[in-house]
Design a protein around this ligand. Structure first.
Ligand code: C5P
Length: 319
């Protein structure tokens, strides 16, 4: 049987607002966040050959132990749950900086969850994929949907938000690796829920404005990690202030850091701002809507899926 191949773009995300409410009895924190996919992407190449046995291989330029990589963990989970037999080979070409709050590893895992069943002739429901994604990591489920989404709970309870135009963004990655568990610990949140009404009003306003973007921007939103992370790494706060001076609206740290981004009205304004950051690594890009995200997925699995427009893409090899 011929080898089935797909070359996948695995997009990064930013958080357009992130509030950490309280610590939960399971050790995670209760969140209110807005995720948005952006055009910065890793490439995940997949080859699947049906056959006996179960073999998973990963080739990547990064130094992550085989069994600790989210690509192999996602593939192993699918082999086990869907009783897949054959040989899966993955090639991972990283462009999304690690430890930047951009969800690179989570996106790679979701790419495997969306693509491997299609190549292997299985049709798991979206509910099952969502459940398995949450087992792999709090940010993985979002990448099953893309676009703009409201994240509640651990960040894995997701609801679609109205979409804004695909505005230009500038990402600044100063090469600082922030550990997510440490960033949460530094917030010292207690187990007791506090009434979040005052924080949440600006967050709500922002969410409502998303679909009604107009020149002048969305306005500012908040990320609860910024105070603690900026205290330790003042350079990140300076980057945010510089982005604001350059007209970004909003300018914010993503996730638990350390990437800082600015949303701009026009590509020219974004490019002018970029020229001001000579020392840092910068990535110009844009917001990616759910419609574009799904089109991209349908295209990159075109050879192996049915013609149906249902989400997620359905395997044409399923019996
Ligand atoms: O779910 P994930 O493995 O990505 O989370 C990494 C770590 O981040 C968790 O072990 C936990 O310390 C912290 N976390 C949290 N609350 C969340 C998400 C993550 O405390 N909502």
């Amino acid at each position: 049987m011929p080898v089935r191949r797909a070359s996948l773009r695995s997009l990064a995300k930013i958080n357009l607002g992130l509030h950490v409410l309280h610590k939960r009895s399971d050790g995670y924190h209760e969140l209110r966040t807005i995720f948005h996919t952006i055009s910065l992407a890793d490439r995940v190449d997949v080859e699947f050959s049906p056959g006996r046995g179960a073999r998973i291989e990963l080739e990547s330029g990064i130094d992550v132990p085989h069994d600790d990589n989210l690509v192999t963990r996602a593939a192993q989970l699918l082999f086990d749950r869907l009783n897949i037999r054959g040989h899966a080979r993955f090639g991972l070409n990283k462009r999304i900086p690690m430890g930047g709050g951009l969800g690179g590893g989570s996106s790679n895992a979701a790419a495997v969850l969306l693509a491997l069943p299609v190549l292997a002739g299985r049709r798991p429901s979206l509910e099952l994929l969502q459940e398995w994604a949450a087992q792999l990591g709090s940010d993985v489920p979002f990448f099953l949907y893309g676009g703009a989404a409201l994240g509640l709970g651990r960040g894995n309870e997701l609801y679609p938000l109205p979409e804004s135009p695909e505005l230009p963004i500038l990402l600044i990655t100063p090469g600082i690796h922030v550990s997510t568990p440490e960033a949460y610990r530094a917030l010292s949140r207690s187990l007791t829920p506090e009434l979040p009404s005052c924080i949440m009003s600006s967050f709500q306003t922002f969410a409502w404005r998303l679909g009604q973007w107009s020149p002048g921007g969305f306005g500012q939103t908040g990320n609860d990690f910024e105070d603690a992370v900026f205290r330790r790494r003042p350079v990140l706060g300076a980057i945010k202030r510089k982005l604001l001076r350059q007209g970004a609206s909003p300018a914010l740290m993503s996730g638990s850091g350390s990437a800082v981004f600015g949303v701009f009205e026009k590509p020219e304004a974004r490019d002018r701002a970029r020229a001001e950051f000579v020392k840092e690594q910068t990535f110009p890009g844009k917001l990616v809507s759910r419609k574009t995200y799904r089109r991209m997925w349908m295209r990159q699995l075109a050879e192996h899926r049915t013609d149906s427009n249902t989400w997620p893409p359905q395997s044409r090899y399923a019996k």
